[in-house]
Design a protein around this ligand. Sequence first.
Ligand code: ADP
Ligand code: GLC
Length: 492
Amino acid sequence: MSRPLNILFVSSEVEPFAKTGGLADVSSALPKAIKECGHEVRIMMPRYRFISERKFKLHDIIRLKDIPVPVGNQSELANVKSSFISNLKDKVQVYFIDNAKYFGRDGIYQSPVGKKDYQDNDERFIFFCRGVLETLKRLGWQPDIIHCNDWQTALIPAYVKTLYASDPFFKSIKTVFTIHNMAYQGSFPPESFKKSNLPKELFTPEHAEAYGKFNFLKTALAFADAITTVSRKYAEEICTSPDLGAGLDGFLATRRKDLHGILNGIDYQQWNPLTDEHIYRKYDTKSIEAKVDNKKALTQRFGLEYHEHVPLIGAISRLVDQKGFDLVLEAMDDLMKLNVQFVLLGSGDAKVEKKFEAFQKKYADRLGLFFGFDEPLAHLIEAGSDMFLMPSRYEPCGLNQMYSMRYGTVPIVRATGGLDDTVEDYAGNGKGTGFKFEKYDAKELVKAVQRAVKVYQQPDEWKKLMKNGMACDFSWVHSARQYGSLYKELLK
Ligand code: ADP
Ligand code: GLC
């Protein structure tokens, strides 16, 4: 085997410490999979106040105390704590960059009450990006690659290529930037740029400026040695569709040859119906009949009556524009005519929640709602539902459709991004893993559900679909190998 590499993985969310969505799942599973490929991987993330010192056995690293980090004209202090995540074989070290002023809060990006973004998110993540580099130097552990994720880490490639470029410690380090979602760019007023201390000539449309603002994501697109995103289709979409490229499609297209679509995997340790501690009854393909007990438990949990022959559709999602719940609301009356039950676990928009609640009054015996973030319930929904709905407007990768297939729950998805790459449309004769619709349109959604319900009524055929999904291999090792090859390519 060729030389093992040192990889630093940087992210603002890592499961089980902090999570708002799939970024956290990826930031925990991918480093573990890269380590399994034989590389040394360490993770850096912010230490938000709610990350319990006791629960996660965080410990101080004395030599990494009071590290000065420049933010504008100020010097802010970082303290570094450490813990581990582990899989069956390996441990991956996680470093937490701590600063009470920036991260001593109850939310990650916004206050849990009022749900408004923190006003100083620019400063918080400028501090984090520079804090990572200052910490690395004092740690004396030199990575070959710094792998950054989303806008919160997006200034790191620019720092490495400018302020730190002449430092021998950083000279040979290459940077990879992964786009998990083009719509979240970290776009701030131009005055923010000063706080980054990046050279002022970089505030131009070729580098850090987009439409007059300081754009973190664009800065990474300009400076990273390689750019990746989380499915092949989304890589194409963000370069060609002004809508999905969210204003940066033209700029990204100039780096098309450095942009790679590498599909996410899923963590089979966390998402395995045979070992899942959160579900009512464990099962696999051989004991697939046991799945129905989870359906019973799930309907009970939502106060719905259990009906053997009525398909139960599950959904778990952030309730934001991206996820397509406006279509579900528009389609609700027609969906209910199909004689299905529907359970939704959602977090986010209060206005969307209200609209669903209004429908619940109308369809009390068939619509179950839970608003909030509830990991164990997410597992029970995957296990207990017959079908899983993801009507996304766009979807960089999407993890829940893969979790669903793993749990024998047949996904109904819009054919966009990673949903299109992972779900194979039902083609009759027991072929396919789910149901897809193309056009972002409520009627199309209803038609897809209708198709699914029809096949559901043929139990033998349906079982084949369930089993096809369960037999798919979405393990991380394939993606980890592709990242490994990319890292090596960059270091040639
Ligand atoms: P995104 O990152 O865009 O939200 P993904 O499908 O990649 O979409 O990942 C979503 C992750 O967050 C999954 O692990 C899903 O189970 C989880 N999730 C989303 N909303 C909730 C919720 N309300 N409660 C529990 N888990 C949730
Ligand atoms: C983002 C995307 C989602 C993807 C996740 C992990 O949150 O919205 O599609 O699965 O990142 O890459």
